[in-house]
Design a protein around this ligand. Structure first.
Ligand SMILES: *Cc1c(COP(=O)(O)O)cnc(C)c1O
Length: 357
């Protein structure tokens, strides 16, 4: 049976990227070698690296003065790499949930951290707005999409200080005004590639301002000066990322992707709002287009396991919510076809027919 993959990450990738990745594992570019066993310094792989970087810049419309890096370590490594490189005295953080909190925890090792706003009072079900941003901060850090709680910033905010964003779970799902950010980072395993590669977009002028000594490997300038090849980069994940970016470009880029993502999210949220058995958990205006969180409606709490089984029997994978939110979470990243979202909606309607009081 065809499976519909709603996993939160690692997550669904375009079929074309997986197939081309599989071919490259067997024979990379007709070299008679696997991509898994070639030098990252070969001209064939250098071409992959160059194209991946060029496509990333083109699709995200990255202006002059920024560098794009492909590193190891995941977004979690950026939680300390960012403050190590940028935090001299004080940074501001917006606490919108688990990932933001983990980022704050690391930053506290390097300077003062001011939590400017938090949504913890309502179990992180909304995006705080209208808070003041002190102008003496080294930077402000936000998490644009909260993978666990299903909330998302739908606009790029204005900040009087350098803005840093964790975009792990909504990168390239919509157009972004990169000029409003000093640094954007994320693990690629939600929207772009298999686990193992981390993207960093950094504006040149924010670097070199802290007084501490920076170990070579965690100094962004090392990776800028070496084209992300100071050490061995995650070769295979970068290859698959290139295939995903080619797919995205072929589809019409991020504007088109956003249109499709809005249609997919609307289909599912409309059903959650209509269906008597379910209700959404995130504030309507802040609902994520990537991670759709919902729970059994009041009076239907005892149907949780029944729906999990029901959905599983119909080929739905990964709809279990994070333990901190409970309920269900359907991650509908870029590569998720609208047909799979429709299949989940059909499944919810069928379930309602069987159980609505
Ligand atoms: C998944 C995720 C992370 C953690 O990424 P790793 O690459 O596993 O370190 C961080 N932030 C957000 C928003 C995420 O969704």
């Amino acid at each position: 049976m065809k499976k519909h993959n709603f996993s939160a990450g690692p997550a669904i990738l375009p079929q074309q990227a997986i197939e081309n990745g599989a071919k490259a594992v067997l024979d990379f570019e007709g070299m008679g070698l696997s991509i898994l066993e070639i030098s990252h310094r070969s001209k064939e792989f250098q071409a992959v690296m160059d194209e991946t970087e060029a496509l990333f810049k083109e699709l995200l419309n990255i202006p002059e003065g920024y560098h794009v890096l492909f590193l190891g370590g995941g977004a979690s490594t950026q939680f300390y790499m960012v403050p190590f490189n940028l935090l001299e005295k004080k940074a501001g953080y917006v606490n919108t949930g688990v990932w933001a909190k983990k980022a704050m925890k690391e930053a506290k090792l390097f300077g003062d951290v001011e939590c400017l706003a938090s949504s913890e009072d309502k179990n992180c079900s909304y995006i705080p707005k209208g808070f003041a941003i002190p102008t003496d901060l080294d930077y402000l850090h936000i998490t644009t999409n909260n993978t666990i709680f299903g909330t998302e910033y739908h606009e790029d905010i204005d900040s009087p200080v350098p803005l840093v964003a964790d975009m792990s779970s909504d990168i390239l799902s919509r157009p972004v005004d990169v000029s409003k950010y000093a640094l954007i980072y994320g693990g690629a395993q939600k929207n772009l590639a298999p686990a193992g590669v981390t993207f960093v977009v950094v504006r040149e002028d924010v670097l070199g301002k802290v007084s501490r000594a920076i170990p070579t490997m965690i100094d962004y300038r090392t990776h800028i000066n070496n084209g992300s090849m100071f050490n061995t980069p995650p070769v295979f994940p970068i290859y698959v990322m290139r295939e995903t970016l080619r797919w995205l470009k072929g589809l019409g880029g991020v504007e088109k992707m956003q249109e499709i993502n809005r249609a997919k999210a609307k289909l599912l949220y409309d059903e959650i709002d209509r269906n008597a058995v379910f209700k959404g958990t995130a504030a309507v205006e802040d609902r994520s287009l990537m991670n759709v969180c919902f729970v059994p409606n009041n009076g239907y709490e005892d149907l949780y396991d029944a729906f999990m089984d029901f959905a599983k029997e119909r080929g739905m994978v990964g709809v279990k919510g994070h333990r901190l939110v409970g309920g269900f979470r359907a991650s509908i990243y870029n590569a998720m076809p609208i047909e799979s979202v429709q299949a989940l909606v059909d499944c919810m309607q069928e379930f309602e027919k069987a159980h609505a009081k």
